[in-house]
Ligand binder design. Structure first.
Ligand code: PGA
Length: 277
């Protein structure tokens, strides 16, 4: 592990991805356990990403706190005949300041509905549609949390860096330097999501550094240095501190463990303890 406390200009983010869980009442109860832990400390940005049905309710519950609300997905068109979709202006209206895009549970390959390695890609997200979503979000001032990451077989066949580079290019390839400053990237190895198999902290750090390096090539060195890169995939109270202590990991995207109030607070504390501002 690197030094326990690091100093840098990148304000860390801990985002809770609640996925398809929690009623409005359950969401409100969870918010109550998290709110007091965050209110007096602004060293870490905390974002809660409930399902659409609880977004504005959670936003209301979070008034007078500095916790932010994010969505788990979005459609890039502003309005129209798109049954079942939710637009960026609607997310703004519900109080969102963040939105996850390109999560592996929403991605497919080349737009074809498929199932692989237990990761059910029902929604056929592609690098290109992730790019449309990023552009639409930035147009309305919502920060995209862009998820990238390889499957187990891609890792096994040495394609990790190539896959991630392609995902970054699709999502962020058209952004200018100013726009790059408003993006967060989450490295989420697919094999580590919901499996309890966390990526070793040094390996996660190596890939996060690779992401930063690629952004430096696609955009510029300053954007790369300022970019916040999160790690996601079985982040738990017992591994968060070591992960967040790594030099190129600026917080976490937390799934299962974000549904447990005290555990999630522990993870937030791990981020607070690791960054000195
Ligand atoms: P997990 O999910 O923490 O349950 O592995 C992370 C994610 O999917 O964002």
């Amino acid at each position: 592990m690197k030094e326990a406390v690091k100093q840098n200009m990148r304000r860390p983010v801990v985002a809770g991805n609640w996925k398809m869980n929690l009623s409005r009442a359950e969401a409100a109860a969870l918010v109550e356990t998290i709110k007091p832990a965050v209110t007096l400390d602004e060293s870490v940005e905390v974002v809660l990403c409930p399902p659409y049905t609880a977004l504005s309710h959670v936003h209301d519950e979070l008034r007078r706190s500095n916790i932010q609300v994010g969505a788990q997905n979005v459609f890039w068109e502003r309005s129209g005949a798109f049954t079942g979709q939710v637009s960026v202006p609607m997310l703004r209206d519900a109080g969102c300041t963040y939105c996850i895009v390109g999560h592996s549970e929403a991605r497919g390959s080349f737009g074809i509905l498929e199932t692989h390695e237990g990761s059910l890609s029902y929604f056929a997200e592609t690098d290109r549609t992730v790019g449309y979503k990023v552009r639409a979000l930035l147009d309305f001032g919502i920060i995209p949390i862009v998820c990238v990451g390889e499957t187990e077989s891609e890792r096994g066949s040495g394609q990790t860096e190539g896959v991630i580079d392609k995902q970054l290019e699709g999502a962020l390839g058209t952004l200018d330097e100013a726009e790059m400053g408003s993006v967060v990237v989450a490295y989420e190895p697919v094999w580590a999501i919901g499996t309890g198999k966390t990526c070793e902290s040094e390996e996660a750090n190596r890939i996060c550094a690779f992401i930063r390096e690629k952004i430096g090539e696609h955009a510029d060195a300053e954007s790369a240095e300022d970019l916040r890169v999160l790690y996601g995939g079985s982040v738990k109270p017992n591994n968060a501190r070591e992960l967040f202590a790594q030099s190129d990991i600026d917080g976490g995207l937390v799934g299962g463990a974000s549904l447990d109030g005290p555990g999630f607070v522990h993870i937030i504390r791990a981020a607070q303890g690791n960054f000195l501002r």
